[in-house]
Design a protein around this ligand. Sequence first.
Ligand code: HEM
Length: 424
Amino acid sequence: MTMLPPEIADSLVSPKAYGEWTGLLENFAWARDHAPVGLAEADGFDPFWAVTRHADILEVSRNNARFASGIRPTVLTNRDGEKLARAIQPDGHLVRSLVQMDAPDHMKYRLLTQSWFMPKNLRTIEARVREIARETVDAMLAGPREIDFARDVAAFYPLRVIMNVLGVPREDEPRMLMLTQQLFGSTDPELNRARAAITSADQAIAMLQHVIADFYGYFRALTESRRAAPRDDIATVLAQATINGQPLPDRETNDYYMIVATAGHDTTSASTAGAIMELARSPALFDRYCRPDADFAGLIDEAIRWTTPVQHFMRSATEDTVIGDQAIAAGDWLMLCYISGNRDAAAIERPDEFDPDRKPNNQIAFGYGAHVCLGQHLARMEMRILFEELLPRLTSLELTGEPARVESTFVGGLKRLPIRFAAA
Ligand code: HEM
C-alpha cells in the first residue's frame, strides 16, 4: 500500500494550503511521481486515496459503476461532519443534486436540463448574456481605475448570467451571491456566515444548515410562482418537470436549483479572474488579446486549466478494483485531484507555463464521463463574451498587489485581484 507522507496528506485537507497554493502544487508534483494513487491519512478524516495523475482521474471518472458518487460524500468532509450530515439526512448528503446521484436517477435528472445547456440552445441566450457583459464592463469603466477585479467584477457577472438563466430577479442577486459564498467558502473566515474561523464540526454544519435552509425557502417560492405562471427559464423547466410521471420531489427540485445556481457562478468567476491575472502579468499577452478580432478560445481553456476552480470531487469504490496499479477495496473513498491532473506533464506539456496556444488543451477542470460539467459550454461562452466586450476597450492593465486565493479545499480561485487599468 502506498501511503502519502503525513505533511502531504495534511495539505490535501487544509483549506489554508489551497489558499497558499505553491506548496500544494509541489505536494501534488511529489505525489504524481512517488505515490500517484496514494493513501492520505489526515487527522479527523477517514482515509482516502488521492488520485493525482491525469490518466487515473480520467479512468475513475469514466467508470461510474465502479466508482460511485452517491455512497460517501462527494466533497471532502471530515468524520464529524459526515456523521452530523447523516444525522440530518440519512443518505449523508445535505444537498442531493446531480453531483451526488448515480444511475439510474442521475441520467433521468440530468436529461431534464441537458439540452438547455448545449451550444445550440445557448446561442438563443447569447444576446442576453452580451447585454449583461456590456453592463458589467460599462460599470467597471465608469468607476475608479484601481479595483479588485475578483471582488468588483468577476464575482458578479457570472452570477447575473446564471440568475437570468434560472429566472431569479436582479434584486435578489446579492443575496444569492452571499449564500453561495457562504456555502462554498464556509471554511474561509473572510467569506463564511460567522465571519470567523470555524473551530468545530457542529458549528460548521449548523452554519451550513442555515445557508441551505435559506436557499430552500427562496427556491420553493420561485417554483410555486412558475407553476402558477410559466416563463422561458430553468425555473419553469424544473417546476413542470416529471420523473417517472410524477412531479419532482421538493428536495430534488430545490437541490437542482442549488447545483445550477451555485456551480454556475463562483467557478466561472474564478477562471475569468485567473485569465485577467495572467493578462495583467504579461504585456505581450495583453497586447495580443486587447484587440477586437482576438480569438479567445485558447485563452479561456488555458485559464480554466490554470485556475482549476473545482479542486476535487470524491468517489467511492463499489467493488474491489485496481487503479494505476494500486489495489482499492470496495467502500474505499477516492479524491479526484483536478489541480494535480491539470499539472501532469504526462498529459499537458510544460504544465507550469500559462500557454493559451496549447492544441489540444487536455485540461480536466470540467471533470469527465457521465458527470462532466453540465455548464461547461455556458462557462466558456460567458468568458468569451465578457472578454469581447472588455478587452478591446482597455489600453493598459497591471497588478497593483498580490492576488489572494480562497481558503477552501473544494471550489477555489481568486478572492482578491488588485489591478490598475486604463481605457480608451
Ligand atoms: C459538474 C467544473 C461551470 C453546472 C462539474 C464538475 C466539475 C465542474 C469538475 C464535476 C465533473 C465530474 O464529476 O466529472 C466546473 C468549472 C466551471 C463550471 C471549472 C467554470 C469554469 C459551471 C456552470 C454551470 C455548471 C457555468 C451552470 C449551470 C454544473 C453541474 C454539474 C457540474 C449542474 C453536475 C453535473 C453532473 O453531475 O451530472 N462542474 N463547472 N458548472 N457543473 Fe460545472
